[in-house]
Design a protein around this ligand. Structure first.
Ligand code: TXA
Ligand code: MG
Length: 317
């Protein structure tokens, strides 16, 4: 069921059930992070391999500190600047956090999301919630309650509807291995914005523990149709003559191609709007039944890094 009732979501979570929750990045599949059965149910519901750890969500820095055992100065600065917001930090975990949540790692991923419903929900709970993106394993992350309902609705009792996600791509993940600030996943907060606060960071795009962790898998977000990244879409068209083409660009229209086969992420060239539209576009592309999808990457700056990362993974073979 989809609804806007925070107390219903609260009740289900307190009972150990799973609930779809809105965040500013993507919708999460939430369960009581301190309840091993609820955490196990998250993995089962998503069909997620158990070696891929979950993010723990709280509504205040004080609560985050209860679930971490160290909070370095750089983490402090990032938390003050970006929380609530699209930043996840990997920090040493406290004893309260179960092995199931972290897949046995001694670090835990923590985040304060920026969504009024979910912040209110979290403030009413006496436990944090573990929440991966609310999509079946390997599928595009959901950016509306309807997306969650479509794929997981038959498996969970409630999806809290907080509208379409404001950011549209997942959080940026930052860790501090050996004290070195390291970006593990490009996301809703740009690397430039993070560097403006703590100086240079290393970008190492796989999980600290498991290079094969699904969120980091080369092939992810796949629309299930042959997809190519091309330099210039107009020029590339000739190589696919006779095939039905769909195109994805930031703001470029393509000549001699029906309009409904063209997906412009942001007609005005705005990267924030493009991020918001990205997953919806990857979900609906197949409806025009193309043989091939041609993609032109967006400018490689700011949010464009996260957008291009998702596009490359969607196109990976
Ligand atoms: O925006 C988001 O982060 C969304 C919303 C719901 O908060 N959540 C999300 O979760 O994208 P998920 O599970 O789809 O991606 C979390 C990523 C995974 O790739 C996982 O490998 C990584 O975080 N991760 C979690 N704990 C980790 C740890 N201790 N060390 C390294 N990577 C970790
Ligand atoms: Mg995910």
């Amino acid at each position: 069921m989809i609804g806007k009732d925070i107390e219903i979501a609260q009740k289900y979570l307190q009972e150990g059930a799973l609930v779809g929750i809105p965040t500013e990045t993507v919708y999460g599949l939430a369960g009581n992070a301190l309840n091993p059965e609820a955490v196990a149910a998250i993995f089962k519901t998503k069909q997620r391999p158990s070696f891929d750890p979950l993010i723990v969500h709280c509504d205040s820095i004080e609560k985050v500190k209860a679930y971490t055992s160290e909070f370095p100065e750089m983490a402090e600065q990032l938390a003050k600047t970006f929380w609530p917001g699209s930043l996840t930090m990997i920090l040493p975990r406290s004893e309260q956090i179960h092995d199931l949540v972290t897949s046995g790692l001694d670090t835990v991923a923590v985040r304060i999301p920026r969504h009024a419903f979910t912040l209110e929900l979290l403030s009413k709970l006496d436990f944090p919630v573990a929440a991966p993106s609310a999509n079946p394993f390997g599928f595009v992350s959901p950016t509306t309650a309807a997306h969650v309902e479509q794929h997981l609705g038959h498996l969970i009792p409630y999806v809290l509807d907080g509208g379409a996600c404001e950011v549209g791509v997942e959080s940026t993940i930052v860790g501090f291995p050996d004290g070195v600030p390291t970006v593990y996943r490009k996301g809703g907060i740009s690397v430039e914005d993070i560097e403006a606060v703590i100086g240079n960071v290393v970008v190492r795009e796989h999980s600290s523990s498991q290079p094969t962790a699904p969120g980091m898998l080369k092939k992810h977000y796949s629309p299930g149709i042959e997809m190519h990244i091309v330099e210039d879409i107009q020029e590339a068209l000739v190589s696919f003559e006779g095939q039905k083409i769909a195109t994805v660009t930031l703001d470029k229209s393509v000549e001699d191609l029906p309009e409904e086969q063209q997906f412009l992420l942001s007609p005005s060239g705005d990267l924030s709007e493009a991020a918001r539209n990205l997953f919806q576009t990857l979900r609906t592309l197949h409806e025009v039944q193309p043989d091939v999808i041609l993609v032109e990457l967006v400018p490689e700056k700011g949010l464009g890094l996260a957008i291009n990362d998702r596009l490359r993974r969607a196109a990976a073979k």
